[in-house]
Ligand binder design. Structure first.
Ligand code: DGJ
Length: 746
């Protein structure tokens, strides 16, 4: 039993393998949060001290006892216009114009299995592994019930949360904020880790102390965004990769989101997370309910590495639904950086032939194959082939690709429309635009109104038609602008605040239908790179193009930031040309492959332009990736910290049985006369003995070290030696050299 109710103490306790989450139905029917931390089966009510705090109001029923205040006690779900002045989770306006809700406990129920949230992806149960707790709170005067949903996945150490808000009155009410969860951390000094960035530089880690001003991690862009990923970690001051309390908060949502963190007057920290409340309102008619997106919570008492590994396993095991999640993904070549818009069928076939000769398995045709798409200013929405470029249509090209023994993949950007397109000319009202106002343009395109069911139906018919007609094994689903001028021409004025969330619901319903109808197609998400890299998208896309920045040195920080929350198998990562198209930097081909191997591997270059030497090198890279595939995608991921020597980035994969590991290292800043490069490995079995094979890459790496993978066999070392004493690499020279070090238990 992972959910326990103690009727005497009125505590509700959620237990996972190593964590405990506790709440209490307390005085006056309020639901207090008591504890979230390391597993301990106790009544934690003793932690809540009450005191008379000036200007912190008390419930009416407490009469002369002024020690009890919603403003100072930890809550499970806070509301506006009550005695709690801290961050609110719910803001509504009842039919009589009264704001807020005074939520009191009514009942609770425990059911086996995982709950679902209407119209949105959420954690699923693979067979009796989880339980759900539903706690109903009510404010009779506002005519509202809030059902707090808690999913407990004991073995995975994950608790999910969501809220279902029901109108129990006989008149409509309006929601203005409906958070997924509120989490109070009453004691301690906490730090906030979040992942910010920009186009082509996503998910860069920032760590700041939680201060008394409200810190907000959010997107108002209609997508989860390059700028602020919907994922934060709260950790105790000083926590590191291997020690200290950490809490992960990850909304399963792909639209505008908001996570606020506040340290209150008494030092208690509150986190409130969910849909962004700006430009949000929802009319709830009598009897209707509104489901918030789900949020995943996980706690680790042993630092950030186990927290990340828990999330990696959970996303792969309980969020990603695709059949491809655990299947070996094909090594692909994408023509975008090889040709951009400048291609013909012959040119594509030449590229594909060369790619096949190198060992590539899937050829992906990117942007530019449809309508009059000669550049990125036109034709989005016209999803019919451009026969000038591809005579005989996609079918003929695909036949040519298949004859080469390759599978075929195709790029689409379904959510968008160009003004210069047949679709826009036929349906101008299908685009999001404010009546009488010129819309903001971005990449000279507009966003289709996915809040309209007929738009979603049209997209489904168009895309499913394409997938039925043509032998397509893979789809790259792109999205290259954010939402502005959000106004749905199909919604009445009082419901315009629903348009942004309805857009996301429309998108999810489209993806739901398509992925169910074509389960064998591998879908890769993309939004100008990693502009919608979130748990919601991962439900449909087992991999997401991580960034439009393919420079391997820049990718080190992008992929490292991504690794805090997301598994390596979700990271689309390709070897591109040198000098790199985004930065102009030259890097060794081997290093580009070492970085791209920390993901769903592929190539993004023109193989017909490779030198003989490069042509000889690539088949070895593909074989190496295939050999280590299970270790990379199925192993435990460790961020390593070189503690000496030139500036470098290192990470490793360790098999679940600890019988194999792969250590990857890239030198970011080669130095003259450097100190030895040293680091300590992680996750190995101290009692085991490992045979080590080193392979080094880089133009100036001494030839004697540039072994093939038969490698420079080293003496066998014990796990204990590698864990405690560490490992020292030889001196590496030249620009951005790298190393792959394979360890095999003997
Ligand atoms: C943005 C993507 O991230 C790129 O990989 C490429 O597909 C372009 N869009 C095509 O327009």
């Amino acid at each position: 039993m992972s959910i326990r109710f103690d009727p005497a103490a009125k505590t509700l306790t959620l237990l996972t393998r190593s964590t405990c989450y506790q709440m209490q139905i307390s005085e006056f029917g309020y639901l207090l949060h008591l504890y979230y931390g390391q597993r301990a089966v106790e009544n934690f009510r003793y932690l809540c001290q009450t005191a008379d705090v000036g200007f912190s109001p008390n419930p009416y029923e407490s009469k002369l006892d002024r020690r009890w205040s919603l403003d100072t006690l930890p809550q499970e779900y806070s509301s506006t216009n009550t005695a709690d002045f801290r961050l609110s989770s719910l803001n509504l306006c009842a039919a009589n114009g009264a704001w807020g809700a005074d939520l009191r406990y009514v009942r609770h129920a425990v059911t086996p299995g995982a709950y679902a949230v209407t119209g949105m992806p959420c954690a699923f149960d693979k067979g009796g592994e989880s339980e759900t707790l539903a706690v109903v709170l009510r404010d009779a005067s506002a005519g509202v019930e809030v059902e707090l949903l808690y999913g407990v996945f004991p073995e995975q150490d994950v608790i999910t949360r969501a809220a279902r808000i029901r109108n129990t009155a006989d008149k409509p009410l309006r929601l203005f904020k409906a958070a997924s969860a509120c989490l109070d951390l009453p004691f301690g000094r906490w730090e906030l880790l979040h992942f910010h960035g920009r186009h082509a530089m996503e998910r860069i880690l920032e760590r700041t102390p939680v201060a008394t001003e409200i810190q907000t991690v959010s997107s108002r862009r209609g997508a989860s965004s390059h700028q602020q990923n919907p994922f934060v970690i709260l950790c105790r001051e000083g926590a590191n990769e291997d020690s200290g309390d950490c809490v992960a908060v990850m909304p399963v949502y792909s639209g505008s989101h908001r996570t606020d963190v506040e340290r209150d007057q008494m030092g208690s920290v509150r986190v409130v997370t969910g849909i962004h409340d700006e430009q949000f309102s929802w009319q709830l008619n009598p009897g209707e309910s509104f489901d918030t997106p789900q949020v995943l919570l996980s706690f680790s008492a042993c630092g950030l590495t186990p927290l990340s590994q828990t999330l990696h396993r959970f996303l792969r095991g309980n969020i990603c639904r695709s059949r491809w999640t655990n299947r070996r993904r094909p090594v692909l070549l994408n023509n975008w950086e090889a040709t951009y818009f400048d291609f013909t069928a012959d040119k594509l076939l030449r590229i594909a032939r060369e790619a096949r000769n190198l060992g590539v398995e899937l050829f992906v045709l990117d942007d530019g194959w449809f309508g009059r798409r000669s550049d990125d200013n036109r034709a989005l929405g016209d999803w019919f082939v451009n026969e000038d470029k591809l005579p005989g249509g996609l079918e003929t090209l695909i036949a040519g690709i298949k004859e080469l023994g390759l599978r075929f993949g195709l790029w689409v950007e379904p959510e968008m429309v160009s003004e210069d397109s047949d679709l826009y000319r036929a349906h101008p009202d299908w685009a999001l635009t404010v009546p009488g106002r010129d819309p903001a343009m971005s990449r000279n395109q507009l966003v289709l109104d996915l809040a309209r069911p007929e738009v979603v139906d049209w997209l489904y018919d168009t895309l499913s038609g394409l997938l039925r007609r043509c032998d397509i094994s893979y789809i790259k689903w792109d999205m290259n602008r954010h939402l502005t001028d959000v106004y749905s021409h199909a919604l009445p004025p009082e419901r315009q605040g629903e348009a942004p969330h309805r857009y996301v619901l429309g998108l999810y319903s489209l993806l739901e239908r398509l992925t169910a109808a074509f389960p064998e197609v591998l879908f890769e998400g993309c939004a100008g790179g990693g502009g919608r890299f979130d748990a919601g998208m991962l439900a449909y896309f087992p991999q997401i193009w991580c960034s439009d920045d393919t420079d391997p040195i820049e990718r080190l920080s992008i992929q490292k930031g991504t690794s805090y929350g997301y598994p390596v198998s979700a990271v689309g990562s390709h070897v591109s040309a040198s000098p790199n198209h985004q930065t102009g930097r030259g890097t060794p081909l081997g290093t580009r492959a070492v970085v791209a191997m920390a993901g769903s591997f592929g190539y993004e270059l023109d193989p017909t332009r490779l030198s003989e030497e490069e042509r000889r090198e690539i088949p070895g890279q593909i074989q190496r990736f295939s050999r280590y595939y299970d270790l990379i995608h199925g192993g435990d991921y460790y961020r390593l910290e070189p503690d000496c020597g030139p500036e470098s980035e290192a990470w490793s994969f360790v098999s679940p049985e600890k019988d194999e590991a792969l250590l990857c290292l890239v030198v970011k800043h080669p130095e003259a006369n450097p100190a030895p490069l040293h680091l300590r490995l992680k996750g190995l079995d101290p009692a085991a003995r490992y045979r080590i094979t080193q392979t080094f890459f880089g133009a100036a790496v001494p030839a004697a070290l540039q072994a093939d993978d038969s490698g420079d066999a080293l003496p066998v070392l014990s796990g204990a030696a590698l864990l405690y004493g560490g490992y020292t690499l030889p001196r590496l020279f030249g620009d951005y050299p790298s190393a792959l070090i394979h360890l095999e238990k003997i």
